[in-house]
Ligand binder design. Sequence first.
Ligand SMILES: O=C([C@H](O)CO)[C@H](O)[C@H](O)COP(=O)(O)O
Length: 212
Amino acid sequence: MKLQLALDRLTKKECFQILKETHSHVDWIEIGTGVIKEYGMQIVREIKAAYPHKVIVADMKTCDAGRHEAIQAFEAGADIMTVMAFSADRTITDTMEVAKQYHRQVMVDLLGISDQKRLFELESLGVELVSLHFGKDSQLEGELHAGMFRLLQGFSNFKIAVAGGIHLESLPSILEHKPDTIIVGSAVTKAENPAKAASKMKGLIKEYENDH
Ligand SMILES: O=C([C@H](O)CO)[C@H](O)[C@H](O)COP(=O)(O)O
């Protein structure tokens, strides 16, 4: 299982400081949507240049103009870009077509999707990687819960990432669902000691993998 660190609501200086402290504990680095909106594709370029061996996820949250935005992300050095599951099919297939040309990947963000019908459609579009996502604003009124994994029941072909306010206490119950990637933002970036928080997260993941 990979640990993906999401850099959200941070200045560029803070992003680099947190990466300096945590990079050895994380597998994938996500440049958050808000950070991209603040600094543009340049920050994706700079983080890829600083961490060339890490998988860089540009959280574009593309919902239209898929071809253009996928090119933007991959040209900037992203290994994975995100597109919203509620987008038009054509938006999703265009991003995947560009990804194929660049030998990169697309992560389809399931934020707001609660019906398996869309999952069947995504499967038939050839989607390979999805992220189960409990949004930041919803986190003000609740928590990512195990029931959300029901959406993906029966879909063995998807690689699954999971995100949404995951913290040290909630991580063990998420691990039980064996996602391929665990996305963690605030629990690390807002921690008093981000390195310690990331190392504990990675430690729990490794421990679970050793035991199962
Ligand atoms: O995608 C995200 C969210 O929509 C804000 O842009 C976050 O990267 C994702 O939710 C992980 O962050 P935390 O919820 O803070 O763990």
